[in-house]
Design a protein. Structure first.
Length: 317
């Protein structure tokens, strides 16, 4: 029965348009309910809710601009994982302002929050846009901005797990807008740490980085490593031992006596931290999976070197 239902779902844009016309004008949530589609399935076929509505005649007609098409790709491919209710509410409110905000008035946390969104919408690296320009161009695309407001409200309604503030254990926590048990793209994490901006438009590609400002080691961990995407020297044996403990292998050249190895071992007494971001695999069903923030972890023990096999204990499971 379930297989038959799945086979009946629209898999091509003309089929989706025909089914939407049959249902009649409705909200995104109403369309998904009427079609029995998941959000990811819908965006895989539709590309953009706003542009689909134009094609249906539900919004004022007009050819999509290059920016609208680019934003549509960013929404479909970069934002469906958002699961922090506070962040979703804040973005939804901000995006309904009549004019784009001026980055000159941002505090560090606000600036980083906008950069997290801009990285997913416009892209990073060679596609990176200066923050002020990205905001102005987003506000000019009113229909796509309205789509974001509707999408974020739907994502907020559908959040199915709790996120919590990261406990930096200090009176003045750094302005890093990440949450324990939230899911993030790699570029979002770099933006949250203030490491993705006009001076540094490329997020790092390595599985680890050390942030000097917060004295925090950040690990990106993919549990199932395919031979196609990971070379033999980067297919580390990373595995959850229990809900609290994690076995992780360092980069292949890290020695116990190196500065990095010693920082891992003695991070508590030296005042640095270790933060884990984990995902099961790189891609599933053609979709890039995002990293789950497991928060801070403490060193327990290790074996060997090059790589070091370290056992970490999460501060909160």
């Amino acid at each position: 029965m379930l297989a038959n239902l799945r086979e009946s779902l629209p898999t091509r844009r003309p089929q989706l348009l025909a089914e939407a016309r049959r249902l009649g004008r409705c909200s995104l949530a109403g369309l998904l309910e009427g079609l029995g589609m998941e959000l990811g399935e819908f965006y895989k076929v539709a590309g953009s809710w706003a542009l689909l509505q134009r094609e249906l005649g539900w919004l004022a007609a007009g050819a999509a601009t290059a920016d609208e098409e680019r934003l549509g790709r960013g929404i479909a491919g970069g934002l469906l994982h958002l699961d922090d209710p506070e962040r979703l509410r804040w973005l939804g409110d901000q995006l309904q302002r009549p004019a784009p905000p001026d980055p000159a008035g941002f505090d560090p946390a606000t600036e980083r929050s906008w950069r997290m969104l801009m990285a997913q919408l416009w892209g990073s690296g060679r596609q990176h846009l200066p923050l002020a320009e990205g905001l102005v161009r987003l506000w000019a695309a009113a229909d796509l901005r309205a789509e974001l407001v509707e999408l974020f409200a739907l994502l907020h309604e559908r959040t199915d797990h709790l996120v919590a503030p990261l406990d930096w254990d200090r009176a003045d926590p750094p302005p890093i807008p990440l949450k324990l048990h939230g899911r993030y793209a790699r570029a979002e994490v770099f933006a949250a740490f203030g490491l993705l901006n006009e001076a540094r438009p490329f997020p790092g590609r390595e599985g680890v980085f050390f942030d000097e400002a917060t004295q925090c080691d950040v690990f990106f961990i993919t549990l199932k490593k395919s031979e196609r995407l990971f070379s033999p020297t980067t297919r580390y044996n990373d595995v959850a031992i229990s809900p609290w403990e994690f076995h992780w292998e360092s980069q292949s050249l890290t020695r116990e006596a190196s500065a990095t190895g010693q920082r891992y071992i003695h991070h508590v007494e030296r005042g640095s931290r270790v933060m884990l971001f984990v995902r099961e695999e790189n891609r599933r069903g053609g979709v890039t999976l995002r990293f789950l923030c497991l928060g801070f972890a403490d060193y327990m023990s290790h074996e060997g070197e090059r790589p070091m096999a370290i056992r970490w204990r999460l501060q909160r499971a």
